[in-house]
Ligand binder design. Sequence first.
Ligand code: NAP
Length: 342
Amino acid sequence: MPLALPESTLPHPSSAPALNWGILGPGWIASQFAASLNDLTASRLAAVGSRTLARSEQFARTYGDAGTRAFGSYAEVLGDPGVDVVYIAVPHSGHAELALEAIAAGKHVLVEKPMSLDAGQTSRIIEAAKAAGVFAMEAMWSRFLPIGNVVSQVVKSGILGQIITVQADFGAKFEVDYDSRIYDPALGGGALLDVGVYPIAFSAMVSPAKQLLHASGRMAKTGVDATFTAVLSNEDGSTAMVFSSIETDSPQGAWIAGTQGTLELQRPICCGSGLVLRSADGKIADSREFTETSPTAGLGWEAAHVAQCIALGLAESPVMPLAESLAIAQTMDQIAATLRTS
Ligand SMILES: NC(=O)c1ccc[n+]([C@@H]2O[C@H](COP(=O)([O-])OP(=O)(O)OC[C@H]3O[C@@H](n4cnc5c(N)ncnc54)[C@H](OP(=O)(O)O)[C@@H]3O)[C@@H](O)[C@H]2O)c1
């Protein structure tokens, strides 16, 4: 098999089937997502719900069309028959409750990452979605980008040989504001759930984790984890080292090393800017740049994937399966428990 990067097999978002979106929590990521819906010819922002009506009205004016409905509650979006799927974009602490309410209302759900605060909540979302027969997915948008598609193809093709190690990191220097979501334990703040989920999900895409071998880090004075390093033993026999922080920048890259070659994903890990494929002797065999390096340029691919899955009648995504979201949550639970006691 040639040591070369395959082409992305993804159709462009503009060709995605029609879907009526409802958004809960018109904050920062919701604005990026709503802007990216403009790349999807047939999908539209049908409704938006905020705890404050003026905020949803402003959001609908900015990102919607003449028919977009603005509500002063989340419940009204869930009761809107013109909404097919709900994008849950509130802080992590609100994901599970709203996902369960949306599912109970018969809506498909796209839940921002992390899917919930822990594996118990994620498990309840999965069971409820399966029982209701609706589509549910964690919004791990990196996987639906062309770069994510190419990485997945490389891993599945076996051209790297036996995988020996995966290394992935996401450190980002957040403003030290102890009143902000990122430092607030009540809102699920901290590095692990916010940015750590990316390197953990990257490693899980290569191989499911079998055991947590090590976790250590630093806690912020609000009680959330500020920085951590974890080492995982994976089911395929490889070892993964993941690092994450909200108090320092890091290379924000990822690296898969096998006996026949290595694949480097260049920063940022959420929406990589490039891939470098090397042969076993370290020589560059292939490389490529990618342009979807921001949420507005990238979230449309995720929205398109959801529209394709729902149009096909799928209850979950083959690219971000529910069992994998649960496994990621279980790994994060183990890391959190170790950090709390160390
Ligand atoms: N995919 C990505 O790249 C990405 C990037 C950033 C964040 N995220 C995820 O998206 C979620 C939201 O993050 P964000 O940065 O967009 O947050 P944000 O700007 O603070 O917005 C969150 C929104 O949720 C609503 N909300 C409901 N309960 C709240 C509460 N108790 N405190 C504060 N806001 C509350 C608020 O809207 P109303 O008050 O108007 O209802 C607020 O505008 C998080 O889970 C995060 O992990 C994903």
